[in-house]
Design a protein around this ligand. Structure first.
Ligand SMILES: Cc1ncc(COP(=O)(O)O)c(C=O)c1O
Length: 349
């Protein structure tokens, strides 16, 4: 039967998100959500949304959020664009900067959505392998001569981080745009926000899903030079963020004290979990994010993933060469991490 779809879409394997089980008893450590609830101010902001705000279209640019971001990050409103989750922002970048005549470059392994978005857009893709030590392959990325580079920092699924000075060197060495995916920056020792303020070709992309516990709300944003933001505005849907999300995300971003509290708790648990897994013979890459990529030697990673799942503990297994001996484990609340450690201890005994 002939397909109604464009050939490239018919052939495309769509992005497969991590499992979202309906069983509330499952310990979910598979999609790097924040184990803590959002700031109480978020719930107040949602409760304060009136019927008129729902009856009318929202502000098309999400200006309440842009003004909050401008204050929090020390930029101007015209340097901020909002998105329906960071996936929307990533899509805007792929659509705006890459295509059949303009290459998207990124180091791999990384967030697999990049390649899916590029396929939909029929973009040229040039992948550059991360070296074994996960240092930034600057020369190779420059040599790939892309119109745009996507760099997840910290990277997923490796959890590793490259120094801002290296990212700056890369930005200064290329002709194109450098989009730094900072989905996990809230858990890192540093970030590239300064580069977005000082370079004409750097966009920093952030999400409210991880550091602000709002994965269900769907809100992301990018910060960068006004001309880059203006260009992205032309590509976005007219109302890509809704009135409830604008109110809630603005309240969350405004409550930096709360973010700092949950961030410290996650970072403390990250160290504890890495140590406990190391004592059980697992080696994890040094993490600057809210998850660990850990190598399981015995039993094989897939078997361990399945045995944990049978015990209602979900972690992420990637059936991809180079990753198929590893598990990606989100940092949970202390009691969730304890349950994971106890189960792994039993299964590896
Ligand atoms: C590296 C990376 N970038 C972006 C995202 C997307 O975030 P959002 O929930 O805002 O779409 C994720 C989600 O897991 C991610 O891992």
């Amino acid at each position: 039967m002939t397909s109604y779809f464009r050939k490239s879409i018919a052939a495309l394997e769509g992005y497969v998100p991590g499992e979202q089980p309906s069983d509330p008893l499952v310990i979910k450590l598979n999609t790097n959500e924040n184990p803590y609830p959002p700031s109480p101010k978020v719930m107040q902001a949602i409760a304060a949304v009136g019927p008129d705000q729902l009856r009318r279209y929202p502000n098309p640019l999400g200006n309440l959020f842009r003004d909050t971001a401008a204050r929090v990050f020390g930029v101007t409103r015209d340097m901020v664009i909002c998105g329906n989750g960071m996936d929307d922002i990533l899509n805007l970048g792929v659509r705006a900067f890459s295509g059949p005549d303009a290459a998207l470059v990124y180091p791999t392994p990384t967030y697999t959505l990049y390649s899916v978005l590029a396929s939909i857009q029929a973009s040229i893709v040039r992948e550059v392998a991360w070296p074994d030590d996960y240092s930034l392959p600057i020369d190779q990325l420059v040599a790939a001569r892309g119109q745009v580079i996507y760099l997840a920092n910290p990277n997923s699924p490796t959890s590793t981080f490259v120094p801002v000075a290296d990212v700056a060197r890369l930005a200064d060495a290329i002709d194109g745009v450098l989009c730094v995916d900072e989905a996990y920056a809230d858990f890192a020792c540093d970030n590239c926000m300064e580069l977005a303020k000082t370079r004409k070709n750097v966009l920093v992309m952030r999400t409210m899903s991880k550091g602000y516990s709002l994965a269900g709300l769907r809100f992301g944003f990018a910060v960068g030079d006004r001309k880059l933001i203006d260009g992205l505005m032309k590509v976005k849907d007219s109302y890509n963020v809704d009135a409830v999300a604008i109110a809630a995300a603005s309240a969350a971003l405004d409550d930096q004290a709360y973010r700092e509290q949950t961030r410290q708790k996650v970072i403390a648990e990250r160290g504890r979990l890495a140590d406990a897994l190391a004592r059980l013979g697992f080696s994890s890459l040094p993490s600057q994010s809210n998850f660990l990529l850990t190598t399981a030697r015995r039993p094989p990673a897939r078997q361990l993933y399945e045995s944990l799942k049978a015990r209602r503990i979900l972690v992420r297994y990637f059936n991809i060469p180079g990753l198929d001996d590893k598990l990606r484990i989100s940092i949970g609340a202390p009691e969730q991490n304890d349950a994971l450690i106890a189960a792994v201890k039993e299964l590896t005994a």
